[in-house]
Each structure stands twice: as structure tokens, then as C-alpha cells.
Design a protein around this ligand. Structure first.
Ligand code: GLN
Length: 486
């Protein structure tokens, strides 16, 4: 049952060949048996999940099912879900039970999907390895000594290990695409503003975007249909006509212009990664696509620009964790200021503190113009590079990550090395564009390689079709890591 894709599982449930209760019970059994190996989930709540499953079965019996009714979906522990502990991977929120649902959760609930658990992640979504979680590191199902990428590593690992057919994630600088690549699953980060950030714990608000993981592009289209849509409670949510994200699936690719940025195929990419990505490009060529060289001259500035802007926004967003309103409060303080200091010193981990310090610094008087304003200007140049490239091509392709999964601890002591994991993903967030990662091969050690597909604004349906064609012609996305059997 866990080998079925989300689409197949939905069909099984809709045709009453399996009940939601049976399916959810099956996945919870797997999580209970295997999660200690991967640490992909922070919280499971069997009773809550089964209550939703029973409601889904009643809805199906009444003939009122929607496409996702009854299917289990894992949610990154950054999405508030009413009654569920919602930790964001932090000690600061280790005991926080969300009093309301994020828009994304509301949407899945309205579709009748079942929350099967909350997935592990880097603390406050800051990281590329899922090692900074207060709840311990996530392990990559393809090799337990390696990381699954981050920050949505728990969601990626859960889908890879068949502990959920699909999962949500968030992507501020690569946190859906990079773990999708390292864990060998498919992931999509939509255009900024397509998925509401309401109830999604804020990291860097101008960059954060919700999205999803599954095993196929077809599954991602189903998830997008549920997640996307206007929400007045997020001031950056876009008011657009609802879309059917599967509408282009199957449309021929002949004549599609595939932009290959020279900057994505430069040195610094591991040879096995380059080989797999070039193989994928050759496949698209064989399908009638036209490769075109494009340039993103300011790409190299995306990591430094991001590490000014994202910490600046984070330092402001994380000011709310003051020990007063919710979350952790230190004991044994002398006065209010001492309470603030001890709470934040004890509640946040090292990487979060580093970001708050950097962010506070770049926003401070005298440095604001030199760093923050300057970074905003370069951000605009990076967006302009993409705009120019998209006058010559329809989609852009390249590696998602310069390497495959690295060893646990390998980059934990060197933040800059860790930051460079996102060298190919960050520019997409700075420009607000949609991006995907799909499996396109393996390295010599048997670790998965991800192909990144970047589209123009609102071209998700087209990108999903591009990915779907590739998945019809290849079987990388069907491979499963060993050791996932009970
Ligand atoms: N790895 C990047 C960071 O640490 C991106 C994280 C994300 O996309 N949430 O900020």
C-alpha cells in the first residue's frame, strides 16, 4: 500500500478498495516501527489522525469525496495545526500547541485529507541538513550516515521512506528543492504568493513559500490544487483565479526551449551530479526540447544577498519569542529584561542565534544602507537576470544541489559550507519564481541526484508537465531506498 503514489492511493480510497482508516493505520504502523531509524517525524497523534480518517470514510460513504479525501499527508512542523503540537524544530516551541490552523492546513482539512504527523526540520527552517532540530537530526533513508537535506528534511525523508505518500514543506532559499534532491523525491516551491503564509511560522517573510513533496509530478499537481489559493489573512497572498494544476499534464514538449544557465554548469558541481543532470537534459532533447544557453550573471551574488536579507527578516520575525506570549520561558530570572535574555539564550539554538545577530547587525543604524539596502538592489538585479533569460527560454534547468547527500556532521561546524548547499536554489526565492526538483539519477555511492526545473512566474502547470514527461520516460522517481520494509 505504501508503494502506491498519492494519485494511486486516492483512487484506491475513492473506489472504496481501501478505507481511509485502513490506509492511515498502515502508515502509522510504519511510522511507529521505522521512525526511530529516520527521525523524520517530531509528532504523531494516532487518535487525531484516525478521527480524521473516520470522518473521511463517512464523507466517502455519503458520496461527497474530493480528490484527496482520506489520504494521509505529513506536514512540516512549521505549519500550525489546531490541537497539534507545532514546534518548528525548536526548544522555544517544544510544548506549543497551535490554537488555530494555517491556511494550508485548512485547505487540506477541507479536502478531507488526514494529517498523519508533523515532520522534523531545521530549527525555524534555518539550515540545509535538518541537523539543527531540537529533536535531533533527520537521517537520509538512502544512507543513514548522511543528511536528507534541509530544512524540510523530515518531510523529504518521510516521503522517501514511504512513511507518507506526500508531505508539505516550506522553501525560503531551497528548503523544499534541496531535500527533495538529496532524498530522491519530487518537490515543488510555487511562485511567491501562490500559497498563503498564514499560520506558517515566519522565517524570512519576503522569501518563505509553502509547497510540497511527493514521488511524482502528477501527485504534486494534486497537492497544489489543494494548497494554492487566495487568503486575505496573508497580505502577500495573490488574488488569482483558481487553477487546475494538472491541466497541462501530457501536453507534448516538442519545441519547448530549455534554458541552461552557464553558471549552473560551472565548476563546483560534483562530477556525478553534472553527469546525471546532463543526462536528463539529453533526455529532454530527445523529447523534442531545444536547449538554449542563457546567463544569470548575478547568480554568484545570490548567497551573500540572501544571507543579509533572510537574517534581517528573521531577526524581526523572531522578536516575538520573548517568553511572554507563548512558547518557552526560562526559570530563575531576576527581572523582565533578565527573563527575555535567559529565555532567548536557552530557547534558541546556535544557528538561530547567529542569524538573529547577523540580522540585527545589518539592520542597525550606519549599516542599514551598506548592507540591507545594497542587498535589496542586488536582489532586483538577480530578478532581472531571470526576466531576461525567460525572454529566450520557457523553463530553466540545472542541478538542484552541487552535491549529493553529505555526511551527518560534515558541514555542521562550517556555516558557510552549509550555506553554499543552496547556491543553485536561493536565486529563485530572491526572484519569487517557482522551482521544482525531481530525481534524475544516482551518484557512484547510490545517492540520489536532483534536477532543478525553474519556471517563469505562475508557470507551475507547465513545469509539472515538463517533470511529468520526464517521469513517463524514466524510472528514477520510482526507486526506493533499501531498509524501508517493516
Ligand atoms: N538553507 C537556507 C537557510 O538556511 C534555506 C532554508 C530554507 O529554505 N528555509 O536559510
Amino acid at each position: 500500500m505504501h508503494d502506491l503514489t498519492l494519485t494511486q492511493l486516492s483512487a484506491e480510497i475513492a473506489a472504496k478498495r481501501a478505507s481511509s482508516v485502513e490506509v492511515v493505520t498502515h502508515f502509522i504502523k510504519r511510522i511507529n516501527a521505522l521512525n526511530r531509524k529516520y527521525n523524520a517525524y517530531i509528532t504523531v497523534d494516532e487518535e487525531r489522525s484516525l478521527a480524521q480518517a473516520r470522518a473521511a470514510d463517512a464523507r466517502i460513504a455519503a458520496g461527497a469525496a474530493a480528490p484527496l479525501t482520506g489520504v494521509p499527508i505529513a506536514h512540516k512542523d512549521i505549519f500550525c495545526a489546531r490541537g497539534w503540537r507545532t514546534t518548528c524544530g525548536s526548544k522555544m516551541l517544544a510544548d506549543f500547541v497551535a490554537p488555530y490552523d494555517a491556511h494550508v492546513i485548512e485547505r487540506f482539512n477541507a479536502a478531507g485529507a488526514v494529517i498523519v504527523g508533523k515532520t522534523n526540520m531545521d530549527e525555524f527552517a534555518m539550515g540545509s541538513s535538518s541537523e539543527t532540530s531540537h529533536f535531533g537530526p533527520v537521517r537520509n533513508p538512502w544512507n543513514l550516515e548522511t543528511v536528507p537535506g534541509g530544512s524540510s528534511g523530515g518531510s523529504a525523508a518521510a516521503v522517501a521512506a514511504r512513511l507518507a505518500p506526500a508531505a508539505t514543506g516550506t522553501d525560503t532559499g531551497g528548503s523544499i528543492r534541496q531535500p527533495a534532491a538529496l532524498a530522491g523525491v519530487s518537490g515543488i516551491k510555487p511562485t511567491y504568493g501562490v500559497v498563503s503564509r498564514y499560520g506558517m511560522i515566519a522565517f524570512a517573510s519576503s522569501l518563505d513559500q509553502g509547497g510540497a513533496f511527493a514521488r511524482t509530478a502528477e501527485d504534486l499537481a494534486l497537492l497544489m490544487n489543494a494548497m494554492a489559493g487566495f487568503d486575505a489573512r496573508d497580505s502577500t497572498s495573490l488574488e488569482r483565479e483558481p487553477e487546475e494544476y494538472a491541466r497541462e499534464l501530457g501536453r507534448p514538449l516538442a519545441g519547448l526551449r530549455v534554458g541552461l544557465p552557464a553558471e549552473f554548469f560551472a565548476e563546483g558541481v560534483a562530477p556525478d551530479v553534472a553527469r546525471a543532470v546532463e543526462g536528463a537534459v539529453a533526455k529532454f532533447k530527445a523529447m523534442g526540447c531545444e536547449p538554449i544557453e542563457v546567463h544569470l550573471p548575478n547568480m554568484a551574488l545570490s548567497v551573500p544577498v540572501y544571507y543579509v536579507l533572510a537574517p534581517a527578516e528573521a531577526s524581526s520575525n523572531l522578536a516575538r519569542y520573548d517568553g511572554v506570549r507563548y512558547g518557552y520561558r526560562a526559570g530563575g530570572y531576576n527581572d523582565l529584561i533578565d527573563m527575555y535574555k535567559k529565555t532567548r539564550a536557552e530557547g534558541f539554538g546556535a544557528e538561530v542565534k547567529r542569524r538573529i545577530l547577523i540580522g540585527t547587525y545589518v539592520l542597525s543604524h550606519g549599516y542599514y544602507d551598506a548592507y540591507y539596502i545594497q542587498a535589496q538592489k542586488v536582489r532586483r538585479l538577480i530578478a532581472r537576470d531571470f526576466r531576461d533569460a525567460f525572454t529566450k527560454c520557457d523553463v530553466i534547468m540545472g542541478p538542484t544541489s552541487p552535491t549529493t547527500a553529505f555526511r551527518l556532521g560534515e558541514k555542521a561546524g562550517d556555516p558557510v559550507q552549509m550555506y553554499l548547499s543552496d547556491i543553485f536554489t536561493i536565486a529563485v526565492n530572491l526572484a519569487g519564481l517557482p522551482g521544482m526538483s525531481i530525481p534524475c539519477g544516482f551518484d557512484a555511492k547510490g545517492l540520489p541526484v536532483g534536477l532543478q526545473i525553474i519556471g517563469n512566474y505562475f508557470s507551475e502547470a507547465q513545469m509539472l508537465n515538463v517533470a511529468h514527461h520526464y517521469q513517463q520516460a524514466t524510472d528514477w522517481h520510482t526507486r526506493a531506498p533499501s531498509g524501508i520494509d517493516l
